[in-house]
Unconditional design. Structure first.
Length: 318
């Protein structure tokens, strides 16, 4: 991403988590979150209308993030920060508890097919994550063109015990002002708005981010190293697969392409294995900075155990 737009972009892997919002924005103001900002029309307009508030946008699409960052730069808007990360992971690990005055979600994909049900953002689990980052009295507002999606969300809100009774409107007089909404209205289609207030939250979900340290081993078994290529390992809710093995000409440095999954959050990155004097160092490669999750820590540990050369007595050196 061009440095010209980085002023409003937050690379969360460079920050201590959860984020310190005062550090991120350089000031302490009311902060609002939009989950899935798309082309960025809504969050841009909100930020322009409310210069004394701060706005965070979470999005998975690099194309959408670039559109928003260009618009922010073009309009000289400084009170928005864009995060390119999975929303569920961000709510669980990146955003501080009790930090948001409001959370917006505008026209999320309803994933209507049964096989895509796990991707829907209207479950009790997801709503509890939203409640965790909201301040007491903060609101959650949903706009959608899917009647089924909204009614499911409406029913799930009550199961959390975190919100008051939600209010549901059909074709509300106040919209979100996006091109997508306008196109839908021009087709005389219905739009649904649901809003609820956080009244309490006793959710203390387990976080995925942990301290990940470099590992040392005395020597490697290259045959064992070759064997881990393409192999998968799992433990509890962690999954690891070593996707590829690359080495330099003098065989003193190896890169292991790695896939990890923590619950529903996946990452791809490289593990660097290099000779340092008489020992071998295993660490995350500096060119790819994954979030330091439990699955990433598990990947380093598994690799060290599988490739360490055994001593004559049969024990492994760590």
């Amino acid at each position: 991403m061009s440095e010209h737009y980085l002023r409003n972009y937050v690379d969360c892997t460079e920050y201590k988590l959860p984020l310190d919002l005062q550090d991120v924005f350089g000031r302490k103001r009311e902060t609002f979150l939009e989950i899935g900002f798309g082309s960025g029309e809504f969050i841009l307009q909100k930020a322009i209308e409310n210069p004394n508030a701060d706005y965070l946008g979470v999005e998975l699409s690099m194309i959408s993030a670039k559109k928003l960052l260009k618009s922010l730069s073009r309009n000289h808007v400084g009170n928005v920060r864009a995060l390119l990360v999975d929303a569920s992971f961000a709510l669980r690990n990146i955003l501080p508890k009790d930090s948001m005055s409001g959370v917006y979600m505008n026209f999320p994909c309803p994933w209507p097919k049964k096989r895509h049900s796990e991707r829907r953002l209207n479950s009790v689990n997801f709503l509890e994550k939203i409640a965790k980052v909201l301040k007491k009295g903060g609101f959650f507002q949903l706009y959608s063109d899917s009647k089924e999606f909204v009614h499911e969300m409406f029913g799930e809100v009550g199961k959390t015990n975190c919100f008051d009774d939600p209010v549901l409107e059909v074709n509300p007089t106040v919209g979100v002002g996006t091109r997508y909404e306008k196109k839908w209205l021009d087709m005389s289609k219905e739009i649904f708005r649901m809003k609820c207030i956080r009244i309490k939250c006793e959710i203390n979900g387990e976080e995925d981010v942990v301290r990940v340290s470099n590992l040392w081993i005395d020597d490697i078994d290259e045959k064992s190293l070759q064997k881990v290529d393409g192999k998968s390992f799992s433990k509890n809710e962690f999954f690891v697969k070593f996707m590829g093995l690359y080495r330099n000409m003098d065989r003193n440095t190896f890169l292991i392409e790695t896939l990890t999954v923590d619950r529903d959050f996946s990452q791809r990155f490289y593990i660097n294995l290099s000779r340092r004097g008489n020992r071998w160092l295993i660490k995350l490669d500096s060119q790819a900075r994954p979030f330091r999750t439990k699955a990433v820590k598990f990947a380093l540990r598994v690799l060290s155990e599988k490739i360490a050369k055994k001593d004559p007595g049969g024990d492994q050196n760590h």
